[in-house]
Design a protein around this ligand. Structure first.
Ligand code: SAM
Length: 299
C-alpha cells in the first residue's frame, strides 16, 4: 500500500528529477522508526491542511518553491561567497512581512524536517535533549518557532505542567504554528525577539535556525541569556554555509558559532552537528557543504 510519504517522494521526483534523486537517496538510509514517525506526522499534517481547505499537493508545491529559492541562493553564494541579503530590514520586507513568500517558505521548511536527513537527525537530538530535561521545565519559550514542530514535540514530552510561549516576527509563521501545535496552552506573541520583555524568565528556550537571521548574533544570544533562569538551558540550531532567502549572517564553520556562544556568556553543555550531504568532512570543507550545528547552552 502506498503511504503518504511514498506519495510525497514520488511527486517530488516527478516535479523535480534532480532534487528527487537526493530525496530518494535519503530515504534509502533511514531506519524503520523514521518511516513510522514520518507517516504519523504526515497523516496529521495532511488532516490539518484539509481543515484549512488545502491538500498535501499544496505543501509539496511549497517545498519545491523553497528548493528553487535555495538553488538560486546557492548559485549566488558559490559566485560571491556571501549571502544575498545583508540587513534585517531587507529580509523583513522580502520574507517575514511578505505572506505570499512566508506561507510557502514555512510549509517548505516543515516538510524538510522529514525529507532531509540532517533536519530529521537534529529533530531526534532535540527530542533526546527535551526528554532528559523535561522534569525541570516549567516555563518554555520558543523563539522563531516557524512551523511549530519543535514546540509541538516539546509539549508532547514536557506535558501540561509547563507554560509555553512562542515568539515569532512573522504572522504567517504564527498562523502555521497555531495550526500545527493545536494546543491552547501555548501563548503566541507576534514580535521581534529583541522587543520581547516578559516579566518572568524561562527554564528552557528553543531557538532553531534564527541566529543566522540577524545582523549581530552575539546580541541575540545575549538577549536569550537575559530571558533565561540561572539554571535554565537553551537549545539552538544554526546552519553554516546555508544560503537561503532570509539568511544574513554567514557562519563558515562550527568554530565560528562556538566563538559567538562564548562571547555572549554561554557555556556549551552538549553539541551535535551533521552535514546536509552525506560526504566526508574533507569534501564538505572543500565544497562549503552546509552543516547544521545544534548546541545545548547553559549560563
Ligand atoms: C528558518 S525559520 C526556523 C523555523 C524553526 N524554528 C526551525 O528550526 O525549523 C526562522 C523563523 O524565525 C522567525 N524570526 C526571524 N527573525 C526573528 C526575530 N528577530 N524575532 C522573532 N522571530 C524571528 C521567522 O519569522 C521564522 O519563523
Amino acid at each position: 500500500m502506498q503511504t503518504l510519504l511514498d506519495y510525497i517522494v514520488e511527486r517530488v521526483c516527478l516535479l523535480n528529477k534532480i532534487h528527487g534523486k537526493k530525496i530518494l537517496y535519503n530515504q534509502q538510509n533511514f531506519d524503520k522508526a523514521y518511516f513510522i514517525r514520518a507517516n504519523t506526522f504526515l497523516t496529521r499534517y495532511n488532516l490539518l491542511l484539509q481543515h484549512q481547505g488545502k491538500t498535501i499537493d499544496y505543501a509539496i508545491d511549497c517545498y519545491l518553491q523553497m528548493i528553487a529559492d535555495i538553488n538560486y541562493e546557492t548559485v549566488q553564494f558559490i559566485r560571491t561567497g556571501a549571502y544575498t541579503s545583508k540587513t534585517f530590514d531587507e529580509v523583513n520586507a522580502r520574507v517575514y512581512n511578505n505572506p505570499e513568500v512566508m506561507q510557502y517558505y514555512v510549509h517548505g521548511i516543515l516538510l524538510s524536517q522529514f525529507l532531509w536527513a540532517h533536519h530529521y537527525n537534529i529533530l531526534l537530538f532535540f527530542n533526546s535533549v527535551i526528554k532528559e530535561n523535561s522534569t525541570n521545565i516549567h516555563s518554555y519559550l520558543e523563539v522563531g518557532g516557524g512551523h511549530g514542530l519543535y514546540a509541538s514535540e516539546a509539549i508532547n514530552s514536557i506535558g501540561e505542567k509547563a507554560n509555553y510561549h512562542l515568539v515569532d516576527i512573522s504572522q504567517s509563521s504564527i498562523d502555521i504554528a497555531k495550526m500545527m501545535i493545536a494546543n491552547n496552552k501555548v501563548h503566541y506573541v507576534l514580535s521581534d525577539i529583541f522587543d520581547y520583555n516578559p516579566t518572568t524568565k524561562y527554564d528552557f528556550i528553543t531557538m532553531g535556525e534564527v541566529l543566522e537571521h540577524v545582523e549581530q548574533p552575539i546580541h541575540l544570544l545575549k538577549k536569550l541569556f537575559s530571558l533565561l533562569n540561572d539554571d535554565g538551558k537553551v537549545f539552538i540550531t544554526v546552519p553554516t554555509n546555508g544560503p537561503t532567502i532570509d539568511h544574513i549572517y554567514l557562519f563558515r564553520n562550527a568554530e565560528e558559532i562556538r566563538e559567538v556562544i562564548a562571547a555572549s556568556g554561554f557555556k556549551i553543555e552538549k553539541e551535535f552537528s551533521i552535514y546536509s550531504e552525506n560526504v566526508s568532512a574533507e569534501l564538505a570543507e572543500k565544497y562549503k557543504v552546509s552543516m547544521m550545528y545544534a548546541g545545548v547552552l547553559t549560563k
